[in-house]
Structures are given as structure tokens and as C-alpha cells.
Design a protein around this ligand. Structure first.
Ligand code: AMP
Length: 488
């Protein structure tokens, strides 16, 4: 399928060409012709599938006819988070480079004045979060009666965030005759009810998130003792070991942990920024801008804050915690491996996480390989290789995996272990995510003797002293062999 077969205008096609896209993604190929036919569309697709362009491109084509009127936007896009709204605005900038359209962004945390001015000038496209949109309506600054096309994006997240009553209100403020485009990664009964209520004779298009996930993202589980300190140590080891890490997002389940992990990583010399709901909008935007510009390699984030972020270059996702909602796992790992690129998703698992893990595996329809499982990675478990121990299982004694130590294999598969031991030893080894790019990790085949003098740990601010040698003993890496309490 070619973009030229979809019915898009010349202006849009030339912008797509400038963006360097060769062919439409499946959601684009399926949705765009229906949008251009003015049908209501339900798109079941997660972020990373190219779904934003699947509505932005045909909207641009349709907007070529007509003009905006003051305070009466012609189209409306509702997004659950400010970041996502800002990102959709960026899409209009990129794909709308040949159009002279006015795009207004109405998000919380920034002044009303600027937003009012934009509305007064007349907006072709209004992108908004629900709360701020309704604030403007209530202040009498905005009329939604001119809206021709309404997009409800990330509806399942709107549901999670409690926005459904706002969405229902907004739908009632927009003309009944509008065209509605509705996107959600999943179709829960509540979401279905919403579409039944507000869409008219919709076509449903779907891209299989399972296939998308499986094809482009290498997923792996890494066992860790469950104390926060141990988990942070496991995380550092995995970051240092990560192969070809350019930028990464580290997900935590709780805001509190976002802050702790962020500070801890900074203390250990990583270029890390934090993103969670308690930070003010300016800070969030500044952190995101730095991350996009590559000034920060690591972004520590909560699910809500990171929702829908489109940062094409994210090479790795680290789950500091296994998400308690299985769908969040799909969203998180969707941050990497986007639009056909390869990516790595590394999930730290403690014994307490098993039940969440099984619902994730059920949802994605496959088992995620563990580092100490032979399947897929074929790697020694993190923490073991460098130390000369095996995969951490009793059935795999030192001697069995010992050759892996010297075999010239992929760094990611073994490097974690090596890095961990190094982290305990001296500050000499830094991952690409650490502050001094000049100080790259030593080569994997470098003798471990280089780690002598391990008495002073650079990670001693929050890592326990390892007293059993230069490695993490294998039993610490095997939740089944350890009672959770014993490590607390
Ligand atoms: P989205 O799912 O909308 O967040 O898009 C994910 C990423 O895919 C964005 O970085 C887009 O720039 C990129 N993208 C969108 N459409 C295409 C395409 N047809 N070919 C290649 N990349 C695309």
C-alpha cells in the first residue's frame, strides 16, 4: 500500500514525503480512507503504531476547505495528558507544513491569556485536555458548535484517569452532525458503551498490538531481590549493561518511587530526569524537551505522566516495577520499538510480582523470557556472568556457564553482570547513559582482575556492601529460592 492510494491531498502527501515515510502503517492504511469518506471511526491501536498520523493526515486534507471563525474551532482533538496534547500539536506542525492552519493547544498549567488570544484569532484545530477545555467553555471563551470533526484519543486512558464524565459532557457540546474519530488501545465494556452512545454507524479498524509488540521489542525479565535498594542496584546494572542504549524510559508504579529512583540514578552519575504528575507543567515540559534533545538519557516516569509520549529514539524501556495493570505493560513497552524500529524492554521482577506478570503474559499472549531462562536471550542472568557464576540456578553450576564469560557475545546479554561487579568495584565504568561519554565501559573481554580494589563502592550511597566476592551470588537473583522477607 502506498500513501498515494489513500486519497490524501497533494499538500499532505508532500509533507509525508518530507517526513521520510515510505508507506502507511497498518492503522493508517485502514483508517485514513474511512476518515476521508467522513465516516465515524473506532481505531483500536496503541501508541507507536502511527495512529496519530492516521487522524492528523486526513484531517489536514479535509481542513483544506473552509476557514476558521473566532472562538469556534473547526476540529477538536481531546487528549488525556498535556504531553500527549503537545505532541499531537507537533504532528500538525510536521504534517501541516504546507498548510496555513491555526492550531490552538488548550492544556492546564499554562496561562489562559495566551490560549484566549489564539481562540479569538480562530482555530482550525483545537487540541485540548478535558479539564482545560471545559474551563474555557465555562468562561464563555469557546463555542464548540462549529466543530466538524472530533477526535477522542487514548480513550482507555481517559477512562483510567476518570475523564469519562468530562468526555460525555464535551460530546454533548459538539454538534450531533460532527464526524467522530475514536482511538483506544483496548475496548473495555465502558469504552464500548461510550462509542455506542456517541458514534454513529462507526467503522472499526484494529491493529494487533500483540503482533506489534512481539515483532519489534525484545522483552526480557530480570529477577531481583525485592528491597528498593536491591532493585535500584539491579536497575543500574541493567542500564550499564544495555546494548546500544541511546535514550531510555524507566517506569515506576508510584510517583514516590519515580523521585527516589531519579535521585538515586543522579547520585550514581546518570543523566536522568523525572516525569510525574506532581511536577508542574513547566518542569515537565523542560524535562521532556531535554530528553528529546538527548541532553538527558534517562527519563524516570510514572504511567500517567508518560502516557503517549512520542520519542522516536527511545532504545530501551526499563520497568523498575512490574505494572499492576497488564495493559500498562503494553503502553510502557510501546515507548520503544516504535514504527518498526527495534527496541528492548527490560522488566525487573521480584517474587511478589509473579501474579501481575502472569496477567501480563496472558494479555500479550506469550511468556516473556527470563534472563536465566535459556529461551530467547540465551544469556546468563544479570549479575552472574561477570562474576563467573552461572545463570543463578542450582542446576547450572559455575562451570557450566563459565565459557560464556569469555565468549565474545553481545554485550547486553552478559554485560549487566559485568557492569554490576564493576559498579561495586570502582567508578571507572560508566554506561552510555552516564555522564562522561568518554568513559565507556571496558570491553567485555577485558579481564576481571581490573576490578581489584573493590573495597570502595561508588554505589555505596544506597547499595549494600557485597561481601561475598565481586559478584552477586546467584541465590540473590532467584526469587524462588529466597523468602521475600529475608532481603528486606
Ligand atoms: P504514534 O503511534 O502516532 O505515536 O507514532 C509513532 C511514531 O511513528 C512517530 O514517531 C511517527 O513519527 C512515526 N510514524 C508515523 N507514521 C509512520 C510511517 N508511515 N512510517 C514510519 N514512521 C511513521
Amino acid at each position: 500500500m502506498l500513501f498515494t492510494e489513500l486519497g490524501l491531498s497533494q499538500k499532505v502527501l508532500s509533507a509525508v514525503d518530507s517526513a521520510g515515510y515510505k508507506e502507511p502503517t497498518p492503522i493508517q492504511a485502514q483508517a485514513i480512507p474511512h476518515v476521508l469518506e467522513r465516516r465515524d471511526v473506532i481505531g483500536i491501536a496503541q501508541t507507536g503504531t502511527g495512529k496519530t498520523a492516521s487522524f492528523v493526515l486526513p484531517m489536514l486534507s479535509l481542513l483544506e476547505k473552509g476557514r476558521a471563525r473566532a472562538r469556534m474551532p473547526r476540529t477538536l482533538i481531546i487528549e488525556p495528558t498535556r504531553e500527549l496534547a503537545a505532541q499531537v500539536e507537533q504532528n500538525f506542525v510536521i504534517y501541516g507544513q504546507n498548510h496555513k492552519l491555526t492550531v490552538a493547544l488548550l492544556i492546564g498549567g499554562v496561562s489562559f491569556d495566551e490560549q484566549n488570544k489564539k481562540l479569538d484569532r480562530g482555530a482550525d484545530v483545537l487540541i485540548a485536555t478535558p479539564g482545560r477545555l471545559l474551563d474555557h467553555v465555562e468562561r464563555g471563551k469557546l463555542l464548540l458548535t462549529g466543530v466538524d470533526i472530533m477526535v477522542i484519543d487514548e480513550a482507555d486512558r481517559m477512562l483510567d484517569m476518570g475523564f469519562i464524565p468530562d468526555i460525555e459532557r464535551i460530546c454533548r457540546l459538539v454538534p450531533f452532525t460532527r464526524q467522530t474519530l475514536f482511538f483506544s488501545a483496548t475496548m473495555s465494556p465502558e469504552i464500548q458503551k461510550l462509542t455506542g452512545q456517541f458514534l454513529q454507524n462507526p467503522v472499526q479498524v484494529q491493529v494487533d498490538s500483540k503482533a506489534t509488540t512481539a515483532e519489534t521489542v525484545r522483552q526480557v525479565l530480570v529477577s531481583s531481590p525485592s528491597t528498593p535498594k536491591d532493585k535500584r542496584e539491579t536497575l543500574r546494572r541493567e542500564i550499564r549493561a544495555a546494548k546500544n542504549l541511546t535514550t531510555a524510559i524507566v517506569f515506576c508504579n508510584r510517583k514516590r518511587d519515580v523521585s527516589t529512583v531519579h535521585r538515586s540514578l543522579q547520585r550514581h552519575g546518570f543523566d536522568a530526569g523525572a516525569l510525574h504528575g506532581d511536577l508542574d507543567q513547566r518542569e515537565r515540559m523542560a524535562t521532556l524537551a531535554k530528553f528529546r534533545a538527548g541532553e538527558l538519557n534517562l527519563l524516570i516516569a510514572s504511567d500517567v505522566a508518560a502516557r503517549g509520549l512520542d520519542i522516536p529514539a527511545v532504545s530501551h524501556v526499563f520497568n523498575f516495577d512490574v505494572p499492576t495493570h497488564a495493559e500498562d505493560y503494553i503502553h510502557r513497552i510501546g515507548r520503544t520499538g516504535r514504527a518498526g524500529r527495534e527496541g528492548d524492554a527490560i522488566t525487573i521482577v521480584t517474587s511478589a510480582d509473579r501474579k501481575y506478570l502472569s496477567s501480563i503474559e496472558k494479555l500479550i499472549g506469550k511468556a516473556i523470557p527470563t534472563r536465566d531462562g535459556v529461551a530467547d536471550t540465551g544469556a546468563a542472568p544479570s549479575g552472574a556472568a561477570d562474576a563467573g557464576v552461572s545463570d543463578g540456578s542450582a542446576e547450572a553450576p559455575v562451570s557450566r556457564d563459565a565459557p560464556k564469560e569469555t565468549a565474545p557475545r553481545g554485550r547486553r546479554k552478559r554485560g549487566g553482570s559485568r557492569s554490576e561487579a564493576k559498579a561495586e568495584a570502582a567508578p571507572a565504568e560508566k554506561s552510555p547513559a552516564e555522564k562522561s561519554p568518554a568513559e565507556r565501559p571496558r570491553r567485555k573481554d577485558e579481564p576481571r582482575s581490573a576490578k581489584s580494589g573493590r573495597g570502595k563502592s561508588r554505589s555505596d550511597s544506597d547499595a549494600p556492601v557485597v561481601g561475598l566476592g565481586e559478584h552477586v551470588p546467584s541465590f540473590l537473583l532467584r526469587p524462588v529460592r529466597r523468602s521475600p522477607e529475608s532481603s528486606e
